[in-house]
Design a protein around this ligand. Structure first.
Ligand SMILES: Cc1cc2nc3c(=O)[nH]c(=O)nc-3n(C[C@H](O)[C@H](O)[C@H](O)COP(=O)(O)O)c2cc1C
Length: 209
């Protein structure tokens, strides 16, 4: 089983990164192979909205984007993986631009016929055999939890179309005021998210072998 984490904080050693690592460690403790993509370190160009990736090559699992950067390689690994973690700090009420660029470029995973007015559909449906969990961090206290909702919607939207369940959504607030006790609690909580992710994927696949 392979679990990938996509971490959208520009601070690759910040708390968002640490909670993501902790969730991956939880997944590894259940035997998963893990990999964390700190997205800011990759060459990801802005989507230009040309629609070539979704309008053409409908026989391929991943549409061909004319932009030449790291995205094609990431999407190949994405499709081969079994489960996902997506994590981002709240920046101006939504995900940081780094994460948004990545999410827009996932458009190649979808197809659409030219002229079709509906929303694009997933090229590969996962039939709920793959799962995902989401983490958001922010300055606003956890009593203002709804502040993270736009982040969860943006990070989780594509999963719905791909038929991938989102299991957990954890918001960690007051991020600049995390004492030792709360840090340790949140590290445990994220670790358990990773454990649960693997367990739920295994459960969903039981009986398939
Ligand atoms: C440009 C910018 C915008 C931000 N906007 C918000 C916001 O709208 N709401 C909020 O609660 N925190 C906001 N924050 C605080 C970040 O969410 C916080 O610094 C981050 O979660 C810390 O995680 P890190 O350690 O991974 O950097 C913002 C921070 C920056 C730099």
């Amino acid at each position: 089983m392979r679990i990938l984490a996509f971490m959208g904080s520009p601070r690759t050693t910040g708390l968002c990164a640490q909670f993501t690592e902790s969730a991956l460690k939880g997944a590894a403790s259940r035997g998963a192979e893990i990999k964390q993509f700190n997205l800011v370190k990759y060459n990801l160009k802005f989507c230009r909205g040309c629609y070539k990736c979704v309008h053409k090559n409908h026989d391929l699992p991943i549409g061909i984007c004319p932009l030449k950067d790291d995205m094609a390689g990431i999407l190949k690994e994405y499709l081969e993986a079994d489960g996902y973690l997506m994590a981002a700090p709240v920046y101006d009420f939504t995900v940081p631009s780094v994460m948004k660029v990545f999410i827009e470029r996932r458009f190649s995973l979808f197809y659409k016929t030219k002229g079709n007015r509906g929303i694009p559909d997933a090229r590969v449906k996962q039939k709920f055999k793959k799962k995902a969990s989401l983490i958001a961090t922010g300055s606003a206290g956890e009593e203002f939890g709804p502040i993270a909702e736009p982040c969860f919607e943006v990070m989780g939207g594509h999963f719905m179309i791909e038929e991938i369940d989102v299991l957990d959504q954890l918001y960690v607030g007051r991020i600049h005021d995390v004492d030792e006790k709360r840090y340790s609690e949140k590290m445990d909580e994220t670790y358990n998210m990773g454990v649960r992710l693997v367990e739920e994927i295994e459960k969903a696949r039981k009986g398939d072998e």
